[in-house]
Design a protein around this ligand. Structure first.
Ligand SMILES: [Zn+2]
Ligand SMILES: [Zn+2]
Length: 292
C-alpha cells in the first residue's frame, strides 16, 4: 500500500533522526541520550562496576575473609591467594575491571558472538582505567613502568579471526590506548599485536582440569617478532581472564622471547568459584572457554 504524504514525511523524518541521533541501547533497548560513539545507555555502562572486595595482588582473585585474615596474620608483603603464594605466576600482575557476570557478560558476548563492534568502545575505556592502576604499587604489589611498554593482544587463531572478522582483544586494546592518550595520561604504550601468533586452534577449555588446560595451550602461541618484545615490559590484553591458563602460557612464551616483565589486563574476570560452577556442568557456558 502506498504511504500518504504525511506518513512518508514521518518515515523520512524518522530515518533522519536515527541517522543523526543513535537509537536504542544495544544491550537493554532503552533510549540513548546524547550522541556518542557508544551504543550503550548510561545505565548499562554504570552497571559495569569495578570488582569489589580484596583481591590477590598478583592474579586478581577475590580473597575471602579467612584468606585475608590469614594473610594479614602470617603473610609478609602483598596479599596473595594461596595458589599464587605456592607457585607465583610468570606474569607480574593481572588486573581486570569487573566480574564476568550480568551486564558485563552480556556485553562481552555481544562483542564476540554477535559481533557488535561498537561495544568495544565502553569496554575499552574501562580497560584503560584498569591499565592506569597497574602504574601504582597500591596494595603492596609491584608497579609497571609507564613509559617503556608494548601492548600485545592475545591473538586468535587465523581461521577464528577470519570467521569473526576481528580480534576483540585488539579492538579493546586499541580503544584503551586511544583513551589513555586522550586523557593525557603519562602512559607511553605502543601496540605490538603482530609480535605473537596463535599457531593452532585450541580445543574448548571447558571441563578440563587445570593441568589439562595448561597442556591444551602448550605450544599454542609463538612470538614471531622477538625484537618487538625483547628487553621490554609487555602488557598482555584479553577480554576475559578465566582460569589464567591463557595469560600464563602467553606470559611464558613472551618471557622466553626476552620480555623483561609481563603484565596482564582484561576487561573482566571470572572468579574461581564461578569457574568451578561452570565446570560442574553448565554446558551453556562452553562459549566462554575459547577465551581461556
Ligand atoms: Zn542500556
Ligand atoms: Zn593470586
Amino acid at each position: 500500500m502506498l504511504k500518504s504524504p504525511v506518513e512518508l514525511a514521518r518515515t523520512v523524518f524518522e530515518d533522519l533522526v536515527t541517522t543523526f541521533f543513535p537509537g536504542d541501547c544495544s544491550a537493554c533497548g532503552g533510549p540513548l541520550l546524547g550522541v556518542g560513539s557508544t551504543s550503550l545507555c548510561d545505565g548499562c555502562i554504570d552497571a559495569l562496576r569495578a570488582q569489589p572486595g580484596t583481591l590477590c595482588a598478583r592474579c586478581g582473585e577475590a580473597l575471602d575473609i579467612d584468606g585475608v585474615r590469614y594473610e594479614r596474620q602470617f603473610g609478609a608483603g602483598p596479599l596473595l591467594c594461596s595458589p599464587c603464594r605456592m607457585v607465583p605466576p610468570v606474569f607480574e600482575r593481572a588486573v581486570a575491571w569487573g566480574v564476568y557476570e550480568d551486564q558485563m557478560r552480556e556485553l562481552t558476548q555481544m562483542l564476540k558472538y554477535e559481533r557488535v563492534r561498537s561495544v568495544a568502545e565502553p569496554l575499552g575505556r574501562l580497560l584503560a582505567r584498569v591499565i592506569e592502576g597497574l602504574g601504582d604499587a597500591a596494595g603492596g604489589g609491584v608497579a609497571m613502568s609507564r613509559d617503556v611498554g608494548v601492548v600485545v593482544a592475545v591473538p586468535l587463531y587465523r581461521a577464528k579471526q577470519r570467521q569473526r572478522g576481528f580480534n576483540q582483544s585488539v579492538l579493546l586494546a586499541d580503544v584503551a590506548l586511544r583513551e589513555l592518550r586522550r586523557r593525557g595520561s603519562a602512559w607511553r604504550l605502543r601496540e605490538a599485536h603482530g609480535a605473537m601468533l596463535r599457531t593452532r586452534d585450541t580445543e574448548s577449555q571447558f571441563g578440563l582440569t587445570p593441568g589439562g588446560r595448561r597442556r591444551n595451550l602448550r605450544g599454542a602461541f609463538e612470538v614471531i617478532d622477538p625484537a618487538a618484545v625483547a628487553g621490554r615490559e609487555v602488557l598482555l590484553v584479553d577480554d576475559i581472564y578465566t582460569t589464567g591458563a591463557t595469560a600464563r602460557e602467553c606470559a611464558r612464551v613472551l618471557r622466553q622471547a626476552g620480555a623483561e616483565r609481563v603484565w596482564v589486563a582484561t576487561v573482566s574476570r571470572a572468579q574461581r568459584e564461578m569457574v568451578a560452577a561452570w565446570d560442574a556442568g553448565n554446558a551453556a557456558e562452553t562459549a566462554v572457554w575459547d577465551a581461556g
